[in-house]
Design a binder for this molecule. Structure first.
Ligand code: AMP
Length: 524
């Protein structure tokens, strides 16, 4: 089944009902959305002068901030049987280039904000074509003759989700139509029912959480709403709730924390948020203190999800009912965990030999089910390693209690989550190591009340040299996204290592906030 069939079905069923909205204004009815999707699908597939000549299975990257055109491009690509490659709009051009090359993308749909970067890339990547939306070419695509929906099997690729490996280059997790269908059905099973009268707000990036959580809403005919602020902001949210009641949205814990103290929302309290249905949070740890503030402001509308790009939206969940069950003797403890296995998966905690450990014991979280990715794009070895024995090895460390409730003790040890964004230390280390004055480097996360974690680099200078703040900063900004830059650099004589020569990051983390931490370099 092709997921884009949802759009055509809703086009016929819901006709003049709103499908896409910008702020309080309707941008497209279901009928219009279905027509645009079929037209863009036609333009992408058309091998003549009016089209892009793409064949089923070809990759189309989408590099743009959240906007209605994003969904038209994504669903249009699916309509034509293509694989969408949603690229995080905040990545550095070098990182974007890597993804475009690795995925063998031949067309990138982009917006004005990324136009110059993409133009540079087309000079270096021969054969890469660009479709700017909005723009004259986009208008032509939307005006193209509609294509017939291309048949897809559940095993055909739909979404190539780039997730950085903790070791090595980013990898593309290939999510099939079957995977995303299962993830969507499991939303109805465990999180919420969705009706055509409902709405979904896209405040978080469509290339990640918001795009995935949008699918079960799109399938049921709810309206997809794009905030004009491009963010989650209290006053605007109140206005949107009035216009689009039955609203749900996905947000990273850091966004929830900000929203929970937004004066416009605290002024009205939970009773003033009647139009708000469900707030899904996940992707990074939510701290209990923050959750309590969020529940006080938003009411019992919160649901948590623990998932991974490799198993979208689905490993475990804490339902709205779990959040509301404040009389439960272990409520506080539970609110610090990630909940129960979702309906469509089996979840286990295993030791290094992949044997299931006893309740309460800590091990790696592994998952099996129809939602688990087909594999990493063109990386058979990494796929075999991650999916060994038929189970997805998440790299997350946790324990499950007697009731089957999962708590993450630590996530994949070195991953840093700052502002809801994953930062893999290796990428930052690689960037810093390109500087000739750097002999060795280790990057760790420091708990940060505002960002969740901030990036800290321990740098061993090359003999006889003394790298400056500015030089290290430049090494990063030339290669990686700005949000991945360390907030602090500490020069050290050596890095602590174990017998195998592996850097002991745990020890480095322990040094943060102690006297043995040398002063951070400062900007000149
Ligand atoms: P990504 O593939 O970018 O979605 O990142 C997935 C990783 O984020 C997981 O492997 C976890 O380490 C972390 N993560 C996701 N959801 C949660 C959650 N609810 N609580 C804590 N960590 C989470």
């Amino acid at each position: 089944m092709n997921l884009a069939s949802w759009v055509q079905r809703n086009g016929r069923r819901l006709r003049g009902r709103p499908a896409l909205a910008v702020g309080t204004q309707v941008r497209a009815t279901w009928e219009a959305f279905a027509t645009e999707v079929a037209a863009v699908g036609g333009a992408l597939a058309d091998a003549g002068a009016d089209g892009y000549g793409l064949a089923p299975g070809d990759r189309v990257a989408i590099l743009m901030a959240n906007c209605p055109e994003y969904l038209v491009a994504q669903l249009g690509a699916w309509h034509a049987g293509l694989v969408a490659v949603p690229v995080n709009a905040r990545l550095h051009p070098e990182e974007v280039a890597y993804i475009l090359v690795d995925s063998g993308t031949s067309l990138v749909v982009t917006d004005e904000a990324h136009r110059a970067d993409v133009a540079d890339l087309t000079e270096r990547l021969p054969g890469l074509r660009v479709l700017l939306a909005p723009g004259a070419d986009w208008d032509a695509a939307v005006g193209h003759a509609p294509a017939v929906l291309v048949d897809r099997s559940p095993d055909d690729g739909a979404w190539l989700f780039y997730t950085s490996g903790t070791t090595g280059r980013p990898k593309g997790a290939l999510l099939t139509h079957g995977n995303l269908l299962m993830a969507s059905l499991s939303y109805y099973a465990d999180i919420d029912k969705v009706e055509a009268e409902d709405s979904v707000l896209h405040a978080a990036p469509l290339s990640h959480g918001s795009g995935l959580y949008g699918l079960p809403h799109l399938a049921r005919g709810a309206v997809s709403v794009f905030p004009t602020s491009g963010a989650l902001e209290g006053t605007e949210l109140l206005e949107l709730l009035d216009r689009w009641p039955g609203m749900s949205f996905f947000a990273a814990p850091i966004m929830i924390r900000r929203l929970a103290t937004d004066p416009a929302l605290t002024a009205v309290g939970p009773a003033g948020l009647g139009g708000l249905k469900t707030v899904i949070y996940g992707g990074a740890p939510m701290y209990l203190a923050d959750l309590e503030v969020a529940l006080a402001t938003l009411g019992p509308r919160l649901a948590q999800i623990y998932g991974q790009g490799e198993t979208p939206m689905t490993i475990t969940g804490l339902s709205k009912a779990d959040h509301a069950d404040t009389d439960h003797p272990r409520w506080r403890e539970r609110m610090q965990g990630v909940g129960f296995p979702r309906t469509d998966v089996e979840v286990r905690v295993v030791d290094e030999q992949d044997r299931e450990v006893a309740p309460g014991e800590v091990g790696e979280v592994v998952v099996r089910g129809r939602v688990v990715m087909a594999g990493y794009w063109q990386q058979p070895e990494a796929t075999a390693e991650t999916l060994r024995g038929g189970w997805l090895h998440t790299g997350d460390v946790g324990s499950m209690d007697e009731d089957g409730f999962l708590t993450l003790r630590d996530r994949s040890k070195d991953l840093i989550i700052s502002g809801g964004m994953n930062i893999y230390p290796r990428e930052v280390e690689e960037a810093l190591l390109t500087h000739p004055d750097v002999a060795a480097v280790a990057v760790v996360g420091r708990p940060d009340p505002e960002w969740g974690e901030s990036v800290v680099a321990f740098v061993v200078p090359a003999e006889g040299s003394s790298p400056t703040y500015d030089a290290l900063e430049r090494a990063c900004t030339e290669r990686i996204a700005r949000f991945k830059r360390p907030k602090e650099y500490h020069l050290v004589d050596a890095l602590p290592t174990n017998n195998y020569g592996k850097v002991l990051k745990r020890e480095l983390r322990e040094r943060l906030g102690t006297d043995s931490l040398p002063p951070a370099l400062t900007k000149r």
